[in-house]
Design a protein around this ligand. Structure first.
Ligand code: NAD
Ligand code: MG
Length: 390
């Protein structure tokens, strides 16, 4: 029986995880659920799944949740703040952690789970982008298991040989082919992107996701973050990772081998598939997702990405090539820029320029410890806020 902590339970990934978990009460029980501020949704999840602990973002939210739970006769213990998130991610009573908080806020509890030797199901790509080698060292040092939830990386994992050792050349791999839908603005006139609204940007053609990742998909920063994520997960150099535009989002990614074989993983775009895969690995379980009807899909299209239209993708490749703290700066500047865009304080096409300026201004340094990289993260956020407010 796996005992699961879901970090970010009220989000898109959290809700899909609970949907899969609910189908298999014989395999999984919920140890802890966390949410930032959606108290009502979290209270309802606690009523249904009866976790031992629930964690929220503030003392007021904790108070509000406690009142609701008491009223519903639910005995879940309530706490709040980052230390409490780290505690439920590393508690001895928990075997498995779904890391599904969005952004850098998920870094500390994800690392705590890695250090505690948990089975870590990683959706929170920003944590890996920021901490890279430190995160991978924490996994290796504790003997934790790391399984990717991001659909592309989960697909790649499924196309890799058993016992893959983070060494593409050794395993006869020529390229990792990371597919990208291209988002809602793939074919839109570039000049018209000056005026797109948050609602237009988050209307993804194939996936229903949280707001931040939806904007990242529209700028293709999401794919950029995924390139960096693939580097850390699979030991691939930037030259060994190709991005392929595939508007149908049916092939979730591919691995191209030296003998000419290309292995792909296909499926309906529904995150319950990679979630179920990682939860049950190496078994396979029912996820609630139907098999894909290929006759109905009919066409699988592919094209090269346009780096002029999507400068964020180029910036992410640059950050990976430069190394050190560059990816943490890229990520922090992007989080602030996306937030400002969602608040209508920054135009859509201003996002990449802001990130590039900050990447050029903040000196790159080697990443030696978490404090050092978090200092870079803070500096980039501060600079981004100042530039947006100016
Ligand atoms: P979401 O916005 O729907 O949910 C985010 C969750 O994080 C919520 O439960 C929220 O309460 C919590 N949260 C937000 N800010 C927090 C903070 N400061 N402290 C603590 N908790 C906080 O996001 P999502 O779409 O579920 O994405 C979650 C992560 O998974 C992201 O890193 C995203 O890139 C990744 N991911 C998502 C999808 C998808 O289909 N949604 C696919 C691949 C990867
Ligand atoms: Mg993805």
């Amino acid at each position: 029986m796996q005992s699961i902590t879901i970090l970010g339970a009220t989000g898109s990934i959290g809700v899909s995880t609970l949907d899969v978990v609910a189908r298999h009460p014989d395999r999984y029980r919920v140890f802890a659920l966390t949410a930032h501020s959606k108290i009502e949704a979290l209270a309802e999840q606690c009523r249904l799944f009866r976790p031992e602990v629930a964690v929220v973002g503030s003392a007021e939210a904790a108070q509000a949740l406690s009142v609701r739970l008491r009223g519903a006769g639910v005995a879940t213990q309530v706490s709040y703040g980052e230390a409490a998130l780290c505690e439920v991610a590393s508690a001895p009573a928990c075997t498995t952690v779904m890391a599904a908080i969005v952004g850098a806020a998920g870094l500390a509890p994800s690392i705590a789970a890695a250090r505690a030797g948990k089975k870590v199901l990683l959706a929170n790509k920003e944590a890996l982008v920021i901490s890279g080698q430190l995160f991978m060292d924490a996994i290796a040092g504790s003997g934790a298991t790391l399984l990717p939830i991001d659909s592309e990386h989960n697909a790649i994992f499924q196309c890799l040989p058993l016992g893959y050792q983070r060494d593409p050349v050794h395993h006869g791999i020529r390229k990792i082919l990371l597919t990208a839908s291209g988002g809602p603005f793939l074919d839109r006139d570039v000049a018209s992107l000056d005026h797109v609204t948050p609602e237009q940007a988050i209307a993804h053609p194939n996936w229903r996701m949280g707001r931040k990742i939806s904007v990242d998909s529209a700028t293709m920063m999401n794919k950029g973050l995924e390139v960096i994520e693939a580097h850390w997960l699979f030991g691939a150099t930037p030259e060994q990772i190709d991005v392929v535009i595939h508007p149908q989002s049916v092939i979730h990614s591919m691995v191209s081998y030296t003998d000419g074989s290309v292995l792909a993983q296909l499926g309906t775009p529904d995150m319950r598939t990679p979630i179920a895969h990682a939860l049950a690995y190496p078994d396979r379980i029912e996820s609630g997702v139907d098999s894909i009807d290929l006759a109905q899909v009919a066409h699988l299209d592919f094209r090269k990405p346009d780096y002029e239209r999507f400068p964020c993708l180029r910036l992410a490749f640059d950050a990976l090539r430069v190394g050190g703290s560059a990816a943490a700066v890229l990520n922090a500047a992007n989080e602030i820029a996306v937030d400002a865009f969602l608040d209508c304080r920054l135009g859509f096409r201003k996002i990449p320029g802001l990130i590039e300026t900050i990447m050029n201004r903040i000196p790159i340094e080697p990443v030696c410890d978490l404090d050092g990289v978090l200092a870079k993260d803070s500096a980039a956020r501060e600079m981004a806020r100042a530039m947006i407010d100016a």
